[in-house]
Design a protein around this ligand. Structure first.
Ligand code: ZN
Length: 275
């Protein structure tokens, strides 16, 4: 097995072997949750070129380096881990693989493609892994809301949780919990929103309390779909952001973070070729 980057961060990525589970909160033996889960998609350098050839690259800093090493957190019990792995991960991985394969292909693609998925389970997968991606259990409202409904298939997804998504044609993995950023970029008088970021090839997800953000597509439009419902969701191939967007700080953005920023990660590669 490859040596993983997370060793660098290990103190922030695990608790004791027996401790409270971040999801069910029971005191149990904890297991490692891979975020993103294994079974997603990987790119060779050549494939990365194909992916980029589909995109308008003028705004993209292609010198940004890359990583697809595993990030993992020892924060949830085996039972919760297995439920995520059996119920949710096939949908999350299928979505990543399917879109990734389209981007890797030499097909001529339109600006917007549609991909069939089960949005209800995709939403649950994203939220479950975000819940695991925190070394300390805390009582952030979002976490309590997620715990209440995550494994209850009849429970609806709370209106306060909105998930946006966009194409992330990079191999860096970014997981950021509980930050505040400007609600409207560049508008310091426009208030702040609360955000969680989960990005890996080929799709990035932003979980926040805002009803919209930067014109991104919203996954929670389908919050009332049933777990088994299959829906064609749009993927905008021309709305491409940089590898560090939206968390990059500059003239148009600022970030405030709490203690879970310690568990956040931007995985940087070791022996990978630069794009
Ligand atoms: Zn548990």
């Amino acid at each position: 097995m490859k040596k993983e980057n997370t060793q660098l961060y290990s103190t922030k990525f695990k608790r004791g072997k027996v401790s409270r589970c971040n999801i069910c909160k029971k005191r149990k033996h904890l297991s490692w949750d891979h975020v993103p889960p294994k079974g997603g998609i990987y790119l060779s350098a050549v494939e990365q070129e194909t992916v980029f050839s589909h995109m308008t690259v003028t705004k993209i800093n292609r010198k940004y380096s890359i990583s697809q090493n595993g990030v993992k957190y020892r924060t949830i019990c085996k039972e919760c881990n297995e439920k995520i792995g059996s119920k949710f991960d096939p949908v999350l991985n299928g979505f990543a693989r399917g879109i990734g394969n389209i981007l890797k292909s030499n097909l001529i693609l339109p600006s917007i493609i549609y991909y069939k998925t089960k949005p209800n389970l995709l939403i649950r997968a994203i939220l479950a892994h975000l819940l695991a991606a925190k070394a300390d259990i805390d009582k952030v409202t979002t976490d309590e809301q997620i715990r209440n409904f995550i494994f209850d298939e009849n429970a609806s997804i709370p209106d306060e949780i909105n998930i946006f998504y966009w194409v992330h044609p990079y191999t860096n993995t970014v997981i950021i919990r509980d930050i505040a950023m400007l609600a409207i970029r560049g508008k310091f008088g426009g208030g702040v929103g609360f955000f969680n970021i989960f990005k890996y090839f080929p799709i990035a997800y932003l979980v926040c309390n805002l009803k919209e953000y930067e014109g991104l597509n919203e996954l929670t439009l389908y919050r009332n779909s049933k777990p088994q419902d299959i829906i064609d969701v749009p993927i905008n191939l021309k709305n491409i952001r940089g590898p560090e967007w939206p968390e990059c700080v500059g003239n148009e953005n600022m970030i405030m973070g709490g203690q879970s920023i310690q568990s956040s990660v931007s995985a940087i590669p070791k022996n990978k070729k630069k794009i």
